[in-house]
Design a protein around this ligand. Structure first.
Ligand code: AP5
Length: 217
């Protein structure tokens, strides 16, 4: 894939978008853009944002569309590589905004890939997740543990549990996904732009499938 093209990773919380998107972008020399990561970083460096944005995130609610749309447009405008987009669009209004902004700035959504796993597995994955606050590396105590307990293999930082990985917030995030993001899946399906991938195997197996479906992109 060359030029100003976007591959969207869609799927519920915990399905593995971050795990796979980061690796795919690294190995293909694409840019990985995850709105969740960008918002979490923004909250750290801009205290004025923190209260408003963090309160949505900590409750498992979506940050308002207008704010996120503006953020994504600015990020795309500053990119000169193909982009793997994780966590956006998450509402129909965001999907429409993405179509408008890509047309305006000369980008193209190449495909939307839906990663699928059953709900029980999603909750298991999120409950055992640990992340590195420094480099963003994602671990799982059961399936992808760090070599040394609670320490990032890449940068040596102490790993943390994300604030929104508490059981009640996980439930809310899953319900928000069903209500607001499943219509986005339909939006791309109706337009013939959706590819579905079973993401229930090991990370390596899932990666092989994603590699395959993005091979000509
Ligand atoms: P965001 O950070 O995007 O969270 P999410 O969509 O809920 O997705 P996750 O990051 O939880 O899961 P993932 O699919 O990336 O899974 P991962 O690879 O980590 O958003 C957070 C919040 O930000 C939102 O709630 C909202 O408030 C706000 N926000 C973000 N974007 C927004 C937008 N566009 N509009 C408005 N608000 C927005 O994997 C999970 C675990 O499973 C890990 O432990 C991993 O090691 C493990 N794992 C991965 N793959 C496998 C496998 N194949 N087998 C076994 N374990 C696996």
């Amino acid at each position: 894939m060359t030029g100003k093209k976007i591959v969207i990773l869609l799927g519920p919380p915990g399905v593995g978008k971050g795990t796979q998107g980061r690796r795919l972008a690294e190995e293909r020399d694409w840019r990985y853009l995850a709105t969740g990561d960008v918002l979490r970083e923004g909250v750290k460096v801009r205290p004025a944002l923190a209260e408003a944005v963090k309160s949505y995130m900590d409750r498992g609610e979506l940050v308002p569309d207008a704010f996120v749309n503006e953020l994504v447009e600015a990020l795309l405008e500053s990119s000169d590589q193909p982009v793997v987009l994780d966590g956006y669009p998450r509402t129909l209004s965001q999907a429409e905004a993405l179509d408008q902004m890509t047309e305006k700035i000369g980008w193209q959504v190449h495909s939307a890939i839906l990663m699928k796993v059953n709900e029980e597995e999603l909750v298991d994955r999120l409950t055992a997740r640990r992340v590195c606050p420094q480099c963003g590396e994602i671990y799982n105590l059961k399936t992808q543990p760090p070599q040394q307990d609670d320490i990032c293999d890449r940068c040596g930082q102490v790993l943390i549990v994300r604030d929104d990985d508490k059981a009640e917030v996980i439930r809310r995030r899953l319900s928000v996904y069903q209500q607001l993001t499943e219509p986005v899946v339909e939006y791309y399906r109706r337009q013939g732009r959706l590819t579905e991938v079973d993401a229930s195997g090991s990370p390596q197996e899932v990666y092989a499938k994603l590699w395959q479906v993005t091979i000509n992109q």
